[in-house]
Design a protein around this ligand. Sequence first.
Ligand code: GLU
Length: 452
Amino acid sequence: MEQHEIDQQIKDFIAKIEAKNPNEPEFIQAVKEVAITVIPFIATKPQYHGMKLLERMAEPERAIIFRVPWVDDNGEIQVNRGFRIQMNSAIGPYKGGIRFHPTVNLSVLKFLAFEQVFKNSLTTLPMGGGKGGSDFDPQGKSDMEVMRFCQSFMTELCKHIGPETDVPAGDIGVGAREIGYLFGQYKRIRNEFTGVLTGKGLAYGGSLIRPEATGFGVVYFTEQMLKTINQDLKGKTVCVSGFGNVSWGVIKKIDELGGKTVTISGPDGYIYDEEGISGEKIDYLLALRASGNNRAEDYLKKYPKAKFFAGKRPWEVKCDVAIPAATQNELDLEDAKKLVANGCMCVTEAANMPSTLEAINYFLESKVLFSPGKASNAGGVATSGLEMTQNSIRLNWTSEEVDARLKEIMIGIHKACRDYGKEADGYVNYVKGANIAGFVKVAEAMLAQGVV
Ligand code: GLU
């Protein structure tokens, strides 16, 4: 097929997606990124022609939207909206997190569910893709309010999930506390103790290393990327955004491997700690988080030597490695230009779709190492997959066992991205590699299963 025909196919495909999903900018962005790299690949595979594989993948198998009424501490009735997007079950039960955040809407969850399909495929574990959540904001709510909300949410959700159907987990705003309340309500209604959720507490079927897994996986992936240019993390300066669960795991592992993290951020701005965030400072991040607030500025209360930059993002700080670990679209073209100009050699996405399409293109054109979240942050869901395995065999593995498997999976994902993403000049386009490698397994399963 001629290049201009492929370009036309991409244009037509994106036009259809835009027409079919108006007012869903995040979803369109995620599909575009995949289409640009996967359509040229499909063009080289006659067995895929006419099968409408990408069209089918961009249409959720099912999208459930439901009312979540609950009563707050003042006795007032509150109404939130709940969602579960069951995107693709070709290679296993739907699997993916639940996000509680005021920005949650259909577009955000469809983009996350779409990304999850590719990410889960990359892990090589048998997991389809899904995502759910609510516009509920746990910030500033009491434990009992969070519990009542979770119970109401699960009262509806439990009709649509199960260990062989759909296995949710955490995401932004959903951590160990929320998973506990959700699990308790599922068990109560269904009268079943099963591995229906992952990210559970250790006392009731959770896996060791799951809390750290996303962050550890990101750093294992970064190590592999750096290795391709004969570098490692020792002595490298790293800028990290966010200070939630993922950033915490990232910073902990970077510290272990001899790198120096100098930034964290919150919705209020970023912290620059020239001395590096290590040792007890990392534990303090957890304590800050546990106090139920997400203000990065509070880091100064304990470490006043650090600097706080209100309303800014950390990408203006000179670093060797940048790890966006907060949320979608937190790194735009201007940020990308600053990072490259400052000599950044590697950008590893830890959040889901933190870079805009323009930023990604800039990184690729500049030939810096760049990995999309669906590859580099897959360690979280991969360890969820390991939690499901442990639940099924009714055994718990040690930290060392889980960590070793996680590392092996991240090395495998890196290899798959490299195999499909290596360009003529030797540069690895991880975006292309991740999209194609993720696509192939799902596509093969869909082909085998007929038009369903
Ligand atoms: N929310 C995480 C992600 O974006 C983890 C999902 C899971 O463990 O199912 O991949």
